[in-house]
Design a protein. Sequence first.
Lengths: 324, 324, 335, 335
Amino acid sequence: MPTMTLLQAISDALRYEMRRDERVFLLGEDIAEFGGAFKVTKGFVEEFGKQRVINTPISEAAIIGGAIGAALNGLIPVAEMQFMDFITNGFNQLVNVAATTAYRWGLPVPIVVRGPVGGGMSAGPFHSRSAEAWFAHTPGLKVVFPAFPADAKGLLIAAIRDPNPVLFFEHKGLYRKIREDVPEGEHVVPLGTARIVRPGADLSIIAYGRMVHIALEVAARLEDEGASVEVVDIRTLVPFDEATVFDSVKRTNRVVITHEATLTAGFGAEIAARIADKAFEYLDAPIRRVAAFDAPVPMAPPLEQAMLPSAEKLLDTCRQVLEY
Amino acid sequence: MPTMTLLQAISDALRYEMRRDERVFLLGEDIAEFGGAFKVTKGFVEEFGKQRVINTPISEAAIIGGAIGAALNGLIPVAEMQFMDFITNGFNQLVNVAATTAYRWGLPVPIVVRGPVGGGMSAGPFHSRSAEAWFAHTPGLKVVFPAFPADAKGLLIAAIRDPNPVLFFEHKGLYRKIREDVPEGEHVVPLGTARIVRPGADLSIIAYGRMVHIALEVAARLEDEGASVEVVDIRTLVPFDEATVFDSVKRTNRVVITHEATLTAGFGAEIAARIADKAFEYLDAPIRRVAAFDAPVPMAPPLEQAMLPSAEKLLDTCRQVLEY
Amino acid sequence: MADVVATAEIPEIVPTSLLNDQQRVALLRWMLHARIFDEVTIRLYRQGKMFGSVFAQIGHEAISVGSAAVLQPEDAIFPMHRDLGAHFVRGVPLRTIALNHLARQGSMMRGTDGTGHYADPQRKLYGNISHLGAMIPVAVGYALAAQLKGEPIVVLNYIGEGGAQTGEFHEGLNFAAVRKAPFVLIIENNQYAYSTPTTEEYACKKLSDRAIGYGIPGETIDGTDVERVYEATFYAVERARNGEGPSLIEAICMRMRGHAEHDNASYVPRELLEYWKKRDPLLRYQRFLIDNGILSEAEIQQMRREIEAETVRVLDDVLQLPFPPAEEAFKNVFL
Amino acid sequence: MADVVATAEIPEIVPTSLLNDQQRVALLRWMLHARIFDEVTIRLYRQGKMFGSVFAQIGHEAISVGSAAVLQPEDAIFPMHRDLGAHFVRGVPLRTIALNHLARQGSMMRGTDGTGHYADPQRKLYGNISHLGAMIPVAVGYALAAQLKGEPIVVLNYIGEGGAQTGEFHEGLNFAAVRKAPFVLIIENNQYAYSTPTTEEYACKKLSDRAIGYGIPGETIDGTDVERVYEATFYAVERARNGEGPSLIEAICMRMRGHAEHDNASYVPRELLEYWKKRDPLLRYQRFLIDNGILSEAEIQQMRREIEAETVRVLDDVLQLPFPPAEEAFKNVFL
Ligand SMILES: Cc1ncc(C[n+]2csc(CCOP(=O)(O)OP(=O)(O)O)c2C)c(N)n1
Ligand SMILES: Cc1ncc(C[n+]2csc(CCOP(=O)(O)OP(=O)(O)O)c2C)c(N)n1
Ligand SMILES: [Mg+2]
Ligand SMILES: [Mg+2]
C-alpha cells in the first residue's frame, strides 16, 4: 500500500472515480491547469481534459447551482470551494435547492462540494472557519469530515457514489501533515460509520477532523497518567453513527466531545444532546465539550491559539471528567 | 395598556424607535406603500417618507450589505426579509461581514434583520424554515425569537438599540394569533434574559417562539394529571440566559427542550449540552428534545403536522420524563 | 409609466413565417389552457376551496407558450412561477398539474410541495423553487452537462424582471456565457415585482441590455405577441443548439392580477391595467386567428368550452382527493 | 490575448487639465510608496520574515492612487486587496499600514485580522474582507446613508475583474443605480483572477459595458495611466456628488506578480508580462514627469531612496514588535 498524505489521498479518490466513471467531473476556481489553490487536482486537466476539469468564474452560487443542474442531467459533479469559507456565497443553492430535491422531486442530486477548512495557520477569519454545523442542521445534506488519509479516500469515494448532496470538509492543517498507508484502487468507507481509533476503558473522547489527532495525543499523555482513554472519530456528522458512540460511552461512562468549530450550537452540542438523552443512565460525569471560543478565527498566532481548542484544554477537561 | 397582536407590537416597536431616533430607517422588499407582505410597516411610508422606508430590488445581499454599510455610516437600519427563508441569499453578508466587524474593526454594526419564520400554514419548504441555529452558531450575531407581543416589542426595541447585528425571528403563525397588553411607549426587554412564563416544580420545559405556547398548553394538561410543569421562554438564543435555565433545572431536576426547527444540530442541542455539562448533578432523568423531524417543511397539512413538533409529542415526552 | 402607456398603441401581432396554421391552433389551445386554469383556480380561491396560493399568469400566456413551443422533446425547460402555459406545451396532463398544484395524493411531490414546483423528468420539465433566481445556475448546469455529454439539447429558463436582480441571475448567466452553454433565458417583465414597480427594481432602459455585459445576444420583445415570442425564442434556441452560446430575451407584458390572489394590486394604476387589457395576449391572438381565417369565433368558443369543462372537472375531482398520508413526511429526505 | 498584446502599442500618458504639477508630484510619491512597500515586503517574504500573504499590487498603482486622489477627506473609500496606493493617498501612516498588515501589537485590528483588511474610520477608509464582492453592497449602503443624511459625500469602491463575477457585484451595483447612490465602482482588470484568465471569467468585450444593464455610465480606461484614471474618476465622482448616481469604470492593467508571493504565476505567458512591463504605470509616469520638466531624474531617485529607507525602517521596526496578547482573542465579539 502506498503511503499518502491526506491531500494525496483526496486526489487519489478523485482520480480513481474519474477513471472509473466518466460521469464524474470537477468544477471550481483555478482547478484546471493550476491544479487548485492546494494542488488537489494537479495533473488532472492533462489526464481528463478541460471538459471534465472546469475552471469557473468567481461565482460560488454558479458553481454549486451548476453542479446541481449537471447532476439533474445525469452527471456526477465534484465542486471545489477554493476555501470552504466561500461556501457562504453558494449557501442558498445548498440549503434550498440541493437539500430539498430528493424530498420534493425524488430525484438524486449526486454532488459533492469539497474544500479546505479550519484554522491554525494564521489565515484569518475568512480562511479558517469550520462551518460544518450549518449544514448538519440542514436536512437533506450529508456532512463528512475525515481525519486520516485512508478514511479520506474511502469516504470521498463513498460521497461521490452517494445519490445525495454531500459536503466534504478537508482540514488544511492535515493536508500535508498526516501520512499513512492508503489502499490502492477501490476503497470505500461507508458514510455514517464512526471508527474507534484508539480503544480505552475510562473515558471516551468523541472527535472529528483535526481534533482526532489532538485527542490521540491527549489520550497518549493520559495513558502516562494511568487513564485508559478511547478516541472515537465520528468521520461523518450526517449520517451520524449513534451506535458506535453510544456503545463507547456505555463502556467508559465518561465523555468529552471536541471539535475545532466554535462551541455554541456546534455539532458537539448535538452529540452531547443525544448522549444526554439516550445514554443518560450510563454517565458517571457531566458531558464536557472542548471547542473553539465563540469568535471569528483571529489571525495573529497568540490569538488564534487562544481561540482554537488545544491539546492543553482537552487534556485539562479530560482530567476533570476522569476525576469527577 | 393597549392590547396588541404580535404583529402590532412589532409595528409599534418600529414606529416608536423611528419617532424617537431619526437614524432608524427601514429597508426591504415591498415595505413602502404596500406595507410589506405581512403589513408590519403599513402606514409607515406615509409617516416617515420614502427615504426612511425603502423598497429594494429583490436582492437580499444588497439589503443586508446595504444595511451594514448604512450602519457604518451612522444610521440604524432595520432590514425586513419578506420571509426569513430568503436570508439564505444574504447569508454571506451576515456571517462574514456583519458578524466580524466588531471583532476586527471595533466598529458597531447596529443592524436588525427581521422577518417571518416558521411553519404550520402549508406554506411549503421555502416559506416555513426555522433557521435560527445557523446564526446562533455564528459568533458575532445576536439571535432573538419572541413568543409574546409585549416581549416582541421590548426585545425589538432592545435589538434596534444594540450596537451589534441582531437577527429577529417572528413566527408568522403567532402574528395575528397571540394578543396581550403591551406597554405603550418606552418598553425595553434586555437581550439575554429568559423568562419563566409558568412556574412549576416537577419538570422544566425550555422553549422559544411558537413552542412556548404549545408548552403552556401541555403544562396546563399535565397539571390536570397532577404534574407541576415550569415553562421557560428563553426569548434570546444569543446571548443565552444560562442562569435562569439552570436555576429552573436545578429546582425541577427534569427537563424537556423544544423548538420548531429541525432536531439535529438545532439550538435545543446547545441547551441540552449546557445542561448536561453544568447542571448534570441535578438531573433525575435524561434530557429530551421535541423538535421537527429532520426534513424540509412539507406543504400538505398531514405531512406538515407530522413533521413539526406537536402538543401531543411534547406531552408524550414530558410524561416519559416525569415518569422516569 | 402609466402616462406613457395610456397613449401608447396596441401593437399588431407580427406573424412569423416559422409557424403553420396547425401550430398556431396549438398555440391558442395551450394559451387557453393556461388562461382557463387561472380563471378556474381564481374562482375556487374566492370560494375558499383552493389550497395554497394562486399565482395567476394572466397576461403572460404568450411568453410561456410561444417560447416552450419551440423546444424539442429532448430539450429541457425550467419555468418560473407564471409559466403554466409551458407545462401544457410540454404535455403535462391537466390532472398531473392539478395534483401537484394542490399537493394531493398522487402528486409527484407526495405533498412535500405544491404549485408549479414539481419536476417531470420524463418531460424534461423542472419546476422553480420559491427563491427567485435560484434555478438559473441550476438550469445552466443542466445545459453544461448536455454540452459535456455532447447532447445537442437546449435549456430554456425563465425569470421575472424582479428575480433578474438576484445575484444568482448574474452568476448563472455569466457562467453560461463563459461556457457557451446551450441556454436561453427569458425575462418576463410584467412591470411589477409583487408591489414594486420596475423603477424601484432597476434603472436601465431595457433589461435585455444586460446581455451586452455578458457578451451574448439580447433582445426585448413584445411578450403579448405569441408569434413574436416564438420567433425570438426560435432563433435563440437555434443559436444555442449550434454551439453559439446563450441568449437573453426580455419579453414585456403585464401582470393582470395581484401578485397572488390574496393581493388586490391596488397599487397598480388603473390606466396601466386598462391599456394592457387591450393588449391581452390571448384575445388578440384569437382575433388574429379569426381575421386570418385560421379559426372561427365559434370554433374558438367551442375549444374554450371544452377546455373549461375539462379544467373544472379535473380540479373538482382532484380537490376531492385526500392529501397524501402523514408518513410521506418521513420519506426521501435522503435517497 | 498574448498575441494581440505582443504587437500592441504602449499608450502615451494622456495628461489631464485637472491636475497641477504639485498634485502630479504627490501622485508619483503615493505610487512610489505603494511600489516600494511591495518591493520591501516581497523581499521580506523571500527571506521568510513576512507574516501572512503578500498580495503585490505592482502594475495597479495608477488605479488606486489616481482615483483615490480625487476624493475629499469626507468621502469614503472601500479598497480591494491591491489598493495599497489608496491607503497612502488617504494619509494612513506607513506604520499603521505595517502594523495592520503584520497583525502586530498596536494594530487597529488587535491581531484579529491582517493585510489591508483594517478600517480607519477617521480617514473614512474601510478595508475589504477576503470574500470578493462582499464589500460592494456594504459600500453602497454607506453611500445610501450619506444620501439619506443629506451629506454630499461620494463612496469609491474597487473590485477585481474576477470579483465582478460575484452575485454581490450585481446586487450592489443595481441597488446603487436604482437609488442613484453617490457611488463609484472601479473594476481593476488585471487580466487574471488567481490563475484564471479573463476568457474563463467573462465573455463580454468590456466589463464597463455592464453599466448599460444598470442604466449608469460606464467607461473602460487605461489603468496604467494615472492621469487618465484621475480624470475618469473625477467626472464620475462629480456626477455622484451632484446626485446623478453611480458610475462604473473599468481600468485595464496587469498583475505583474503572482496572485500572492507564494505563486510564481507560471501560467502567465511571458510575452504578456514583457508587454506590460513596458507599460509600467510608475516608470511611465516618472518619464512623463521628467519629460515635462516637473521633476528631474535625480529628484525622483532621491524621493525613491527616502521612501525606501522609511519603508524598510518601519517594516523592520514593526516586525520586531510582538503580536498582540492572547487575551485580545476574547474581546469585542460583541460591542
Ligand atoms: C430571493 C427571493 N426574495 C424574495 C422573494 C419573495 N417574492 C416572491 S415573488 C416576489 C416578486 C417577484 O417578482 P418578479 O420576479 O418580477 O416575478 P412576478 O411575480 O412579477 O412574475 C417576491 C419579492 C422570493 N421568492 N425570493
Ligand atoms: C467569493 C470568493 N471566492 C473565492 C475567493 C478566492 N480568491 C481570492 S483572490 C481570487 C482571485 C481574485 O481575482 P480578481 O478579483 O481579478 O482580483 P486580482 O487578485 O486579480 O487583483 C480568488 C479566486 C475569494 N476570495 N472570494
Ligand atoms: Mg414581475
Ligand atoms: Mg484580476
